[in-house]
Design a protein around this ligand. Structure first.
Ligand SMILES: [Zn+2]
Length: 421
């Protein structure tokens, strides 16, 4: 009996999804599984102000926000730390879980345990792999991500400064999604790069000065799931930054010309769910380093891929140290399969001395998305793995946390990079 109802429900969901797809002219480029947990989800409007059970609260982190602009600059030498995480995804069980009793959405509890790790850096970046919608237009998960506005203040409060918006879901709500997402990011004073509302904005390079170190941040995506065919072609010319080798090299040149000490490229690329790096991406990364990029932060595969620190001699004959993280994994999502439930915070320390900026140190913090029931309600929390490895969470969760630690340190564990608590 139940099986029949369940099947019918699934069938209905499938039909509705197809209708929705057609309505939105949404043609997914990739074949992904429907997010898990959709059917098991129970919406009962529990208040989400409390983030954990009593035992979880033992691990509550005290958050001290560093004043990012007024830190003293040591004579002659300046150091800053940049933190970067991978994909911020919002599948439908997540926004349903964020719905509070008063009918508002609240995503802040998701970031509660990880917040102090983000706020401690001088500049924190994340990839927003969804679009921000409105109550009138409605919300949806895969395949066309449309998320409540409340996600953005939660990202801000978690300590992020820069949100990259170029990814395969940038056009999930076509031009409205691009414009509304950027308007909402502006509203909450988050900097952004990767998509643009007009031609002028698309030409601007995001330049950020932290303690006298000038950073240029650029973002690109391999594609937009075929949604580009439904777009006004004139708007498409400037709305999304696509990966185009020549264009990226030209942007790096302009960033240097505008005085960038460090050029950071956030690239949405690679093959989903594979943990290895393909030759094509290695070659592109090398080419972009030779052209002047210092740091490449990759996202999209939804699993963590290797990172490399290396010394290169670039096209100008300059010897430099560069860093690439091919994929930072999922920072938050509803994906529960092995590797897809994990992410990483990469902390890169840059030091500027005698007008020369170098990569001083790279430290990473493995993260894991905890999905749990509390008071009959589904909840999500991003956990710093090492801190919770000997915690009093249920045994099944501890086993997964230990495994995540193994998996993450094994894949990243290159020389020159260490883990941090
Ligand atoms: Zn993606």
């Amino acid at each position: 009996m139940f099986i029949h109802i369940d099947r019918r429900k699934k069938c209905l969901v499938t039909i509705l999804s197809i209708m929705l797809l057609l309505l939105n002219s949404c043609i997914p480029y990739e074949l992904k599984k429907t997010p898990l947990g959709e059917d098991e989800y129970h919406k009962n409007g529990e208040d989400l102000d409390r983030t954990g059970s009593e035992e979880d609260n033992v691990y509550e982190i005290e958050v001290k926000r560093k004043d990012k602009d007024t830190d003293e600059v040591k004579e002659g030498t300046t150091s800053i730390t940049i933190s970067a995480v991978g994909d911020i995804m919002v599948h439908s069980p997540q926004f349903k879980s964020a719905l509070t009793q008063d009918g508002e959405y609240d995503f802040k509890p998701v970031f509660q345990e990880i917040k102090s790790y983000i706020t401690n850096s001088d500049l924190a970046l994340c990839n927003l792999e969804t679009t921000i919608s409105t109550p009138e237009r409605g919300y949806s998960g895969y395949p066309c991500f449309k998320t409540p506005e409340a996600l953005i203040p939660a990202i801000k409060e978690a300590g992020f400064d820069v949100v990259t918006t170029a990814n395969n879901h940038s056009l999930d709500a076509l031009d409205f999604g691009v414009i509304n997402t950027l308007d909402v990011l502006d509203k909450y004073n988050l900097l952004h790069t990767g998509t643009a509302r007009d031609e002028e904005e698309s030409k601007k390079i995001l330049m950020i000065d932290r303690k006298g170190i000038k950073l240029a941040i650029l973002a690109y995506t391999y594609g937009t799931n075929g949604m580009e065919v439904a777009m006004d072609q004139d708007k498409l010319r400037y709305m999304v930054n696509y990966i185009d080798r020549d264009r990226i090299i030209e942007d790096i040149r302009r960033a240097r010309e505008e005085g960038a000490d460090t050029v950071i490229l956030c690239i949405h690329w690679g093959i989903e769910y594979t943990r290895s790096v393909d030759d094509e991406r290695r070659a592109l990364a090398d080419e972009l380093f030779d052209a002047g990029a210092d740091i490449i932060l990759g996202s999209h595969p939804h699993v963590i891929q290797p990172m490399e620190r290396k010394r290169i001699v670039d096209n100008n004959g300059k010897e430099r140290e560069v860093f690439v993280a091919y994929s930072l994994g999922n920072f938050i999502s509803n994906q529960r399969d092995q590797y897809r439930d994990s992410g990483v915070i990469v902390n890169i320390t840059l030091t500027k001395k005698d007008n020369k900026t170098v990569i001083e140190d790279v430290v990473y913090t493995p993260t894991w998305v905890r999905r749990f029931q509390q008071d009959g309600k589904l909840q999500y929390s991003i956990l710093p793995v090492e801190k919770f490895i000997d915690s009093e969470l249920p045994a099944s969760e501890l086993n997964r946390i230990k495994a995540v630690w193994q998996e993450t340190t094994e894949i990243i564990g290159n020389e020159g990079m260490r883990t941090s608590k």
